[in-house]
Design a protein around this ligand. Structure first.
Ligand SMILES: *Cc1c(COP(=O)(O)O)cnc(C)c1O
Length: 401
């Protein structure tokens, strides 16, 4: 068989096609340069990856299982559905894969003060966790609105020794928390390392976070080849900033179109109402240091995003996804709040697994899609996290009994 031309991005200036780059104030340029240099250095260092991989195994609990969900497959009535169980990672989601890698890098650079932003609180918890492990100071910026929605995660972060700074500007959610964290980094460039939680922000973050999350797809490829002797037909993942999705998709980009890759955004109240479907409805603009597709009005003001899941409630999506959408290597669709809730319930009742509301968006599409496929075909869903943090929201919205 002829070798397909292989996908490669970003270029040396940090661009994924026309997206990405480094739209930052002068005062941050040196910081971003130093980070890139250290990462390039660590990337070539076998000892760095040895330590990372042994912590992934013994601390995070990797490899996570690839589970054949027979009951769910029967209920959907079509393709064999497999779940990649990122919900079983230590701290309950894929976020720790990235937080751990960046904390190792911070230690390598001799930085003792860590800052992070968080929406659902999952990235904040993952960052507070690795800071406890490596004895680093940890400050987490979180929107006031999200602090109310995700109270148990606020308590977790505090217990782990992190300081939480409530953000009261704007919509008091993830976008504003990210802006505050960047502001902190500008004011404290010397001693501070900023651990970003998704494939967003200025170069080299989208590349670096992708590399740390790509363990998801690497394991999945090995596991499906071992269990089924072949690659899947369809792979799905939910898309907020895009880190669990790119982590899953990256290892399969050269297998498209034989392997179809589908990202599922949050349609919130519906595409006509408040939503967070940046790839479906957005247009090109700059947010948090990078060119990407964002939800904006005619004057370039960022629009309010909405999703029932705090982790998808962000008005932009990482530059690599924008590029992959333009190239046609990945397709993107969306699921509403209501559809996600129903899918969450279906998974709970058929498999005894309560997934995160974020993951439930991918679950909705996967159940629908599997039904249209042949029983000999295979669909893999990336189950990005567990639903414990969402119980309060779930109880408000669905009949439990
Ligand atoms: C944060 C989060 C997401 C969304 O972030 P991505 O960067 O798009 O992966 C999805 N699922 C869970 C469980 C999360 O915690």
């Amino acid at each position: 068989m002829m070798q397909q031309s292989s996908y490669s991005a970003p270029d040396t200036s940090g661009h994924f096609g026309s997206y990405g780059g480094k739209f930052i104030p002068e005062t941050l340029v040196q910081n971003a340069e130093a980070l890139l240099k250290e990462y390039e250095n660590a990337r070539q260092d076998a000892a760095f990856w040895d330590e990372y991989n042994s912590l992934l195994r013994d601390y995070v609990g990797r490899a996570t299982p690839l589970y054949h969900a027979k009951n769910l497959s029967r209920t959907a009535g079509g393709a064999k559905i497999y779940l990649k169980r990122e919900d079983l990672c230590h701290t309950g989601a894929h976020k720790i894969n990235n937080a751990l890698g960046q904390a190792l890098l911070a230690r390598r650079m001799g930085k003792k003060r860590i800052i992070a932003e968080t929406g659902a609180g999952q990235h904040g918890v993952a960052t507070a966790t690795v800071c406890a492990l490596f004895d680093l100071d940890c400050i987490v910026y979180m929107g006031e609105e999200d602090m109310q929605r995700q109270a148990p995660n606020v308590a977790r972060m505090k217990l782990l020794g992190a300081e939480i700074r409530a953000v009261t500007s704007g919509t008091r959610t993830l976008k504003d928390a990210t802006s505050e964290a960047i502001r902190d980094w500008i004011n404290n460039p010397e001693e501070t390392f900023y651990i970003i939680g998704s494939v967003v922000g200025m170069h080299p973050y989208p590349m670096m976070v992708r590399d740390f999350q790509s363990i998801i797809g690497k394991e999945t490829r090995e596991q499906i080849l071992e269990q089924e002797g072949r690659l899947p037909n369809v792979i799905t993942a939910c898309v907020g900033g895009g880190s669990n999705a790119i982590g899953m998709f990256y290892e399969f980009l050269n297998d498209t179109p034989q392997v179809e890759l589908v990202g599922v955004e949050a349609a919130g109240e519906g595409l006509g109402g408040l939503n967070a479907a940046s790839l479906t409805l957005g247009s090109t603009g700059v947010l948090h240091g990078a060119m990407m597709k964002i939800l904006q009005d005619d004057y370039g003001q960022i629009k309010e995003a909405h999703s029932i899941s705090a982790g998808l409630d962000y008005p932009g999506v990482g530059p690599e996804h924008c590029h992959l959408q333009d190239l046609g290597l990945v397709s993107y669709t969306s699921a509403t709040d209501e559809e996600a809730l129903q899918a969450l319930k279906t998974l709970a009742r058929t498999e005894g697994i309560i997934c995160a509301l974020e993951s439930a968006h991918a679950m909705h599409y996967s159940i629908k899609r599997a039904a249209e496929m042949d029983p000999s075909e295979i669909l893999i869903v990336n189950l990005s996290g567990r639903g414990d943090k969402d119980m309060e929201t779930i109880m408000h919205h669905i009949e439990i009994g």
